[in-house]
Design a protein around this ligand. Structure first.
Ligand SMILES: Cc1cc2nc3c(=O)[nH]c(=O)nc-3n(C[C@H](O)[C@H](O)[C@H](O)COP(=O)(O)O)c2cc1C
Ligand code: SF4
Ligand code: SF4
Length: 252
């Protein structure tokens, strides 16, 4: 009996939302693998169906997410690959995700790039995925289900280049406003890089931090934020350059 395996890395929760939207079009039992904290070996069978979602980080899939996904193998398991980006650029991320899933013995039957709010520059793609996005995503999911039933493979070309663009660390600071912090330690548990010390949630080790935004989005007091001169200088320019709406793309 097939399980739907939802696999995602989703620091600000929109990639998870897209994966769940797709998965809900299948009436099988569902399991979740949240790569913010799941970091173990796993293998699926050819009866399972994987829905795998990654956010785009500087044109790639996030380095830590990649390392965790490398431990998850298929056995000719049908897979739907999705990268979710902030209305700027996908660059090589979708190609990288499809390549990695194939290397891990998944049978990638379909792929998509979807647009969601920008998790750093919060003036970009506000409110997305919206109603129109979700309608398109559900239509895509139904086509995926038909393809899997008929045993058809992926026939579309996936955009991107090999070698992929190099990983780039963003020069922004992640900081915490001590006066707002309630010391709930949610950010400590959410951080995939162990960059926030267990005994001091005010601190962030910027050498370890990948700027993923998980701590910022989970904080119930809005105490954590992107900050610093580089961030403040880039924000208006970036938001202006990426204000025009982009649409999701689907590959079957
Ligand atoms: C470190 C970092 C780098 C990002 N790089 C890109 C990018 O190259 N292109 C883009 O369109 N969006 C980029 N984004 C925005 C995210 O891809 C987008 O907000 C995505 O929806 C986040 O998914 P999540 O809600 O699951 O965390 C970046 C976000 C972060 C945190
Ligand atoms: S400290 Fe850095 S790596 Fe950790 S959750 Fe926050 S943004 Fe992500
Ligand atoms: S999640 Fe926010 S309130 Fe809780 S410890 Fe972290 S910074 Fe403080």
């Amino acid at each position: 009996m097939a399980n739907i395996e939802k696999i995602f890395f989703s620091p600000s929760s929109t990639t998870k939302k897209v994966v769940e939207e797709i998965a809900n079009n299948f009436s099988y039992k569902k399991e979740s693998f949240d790569l913010l904290n799941f970091n173990s070996e796993k293998e699926f069978s050819s009866d399972d169906i994987a829905v795998v979602g990654m956010p785009v980080f500087a044109g790639r899939i996030p380095k830590t997410a990649r390392e965790r996904l490398e431990k998850i193998k298929g056995d000719n398991t049908p897979a739907i690959a999705v990268v979710n980006y902030g209305n700027a650029h996908v660059t090589d991320a979708l190609l990288e995700l499809v390549d990695l899933l194939k290397e891990n013995s998944f049978n990638v039957v379909a792929a998509a790039s979807t647009v969601s709010h920008h998790s750093i520059f919060d003036g970009v793609a506000v409110g997305r995925p919206d109603f129109d996005d979700l309608e398109k995503i559900n239509d895509f999911a139904k086509k995926c289900a038909e393809k899997i039933k008929s045993g058809e493979g992926l026939s579309s070309e996936i955009p991107g280049n090999r070698p992929y663009v190099d990983y780039k660390q963003l020069p922004f600071t992640v900081s915490c406003d001590e006066t707002l912090c309630a010391f709930c330690y949610d950010c400590v548990s959410a951080c995939p890089e162990n960059a926030i010390p267990d005994d001091d949630p005010i601190d962030t080790d910027l050498d370890l931090c990948s700027r993923c935004s998980a701590c910022i989005h989970i904080c119930p007091e809005d105490a954590r934020m992107f900050s610093g001169e580089a961030f403040e200088a880039k924000k208006p320019e970036f938001e202006n350059a990426n204000s025009e709406r982009k649409e999701p793309e689907f590959y079957l």
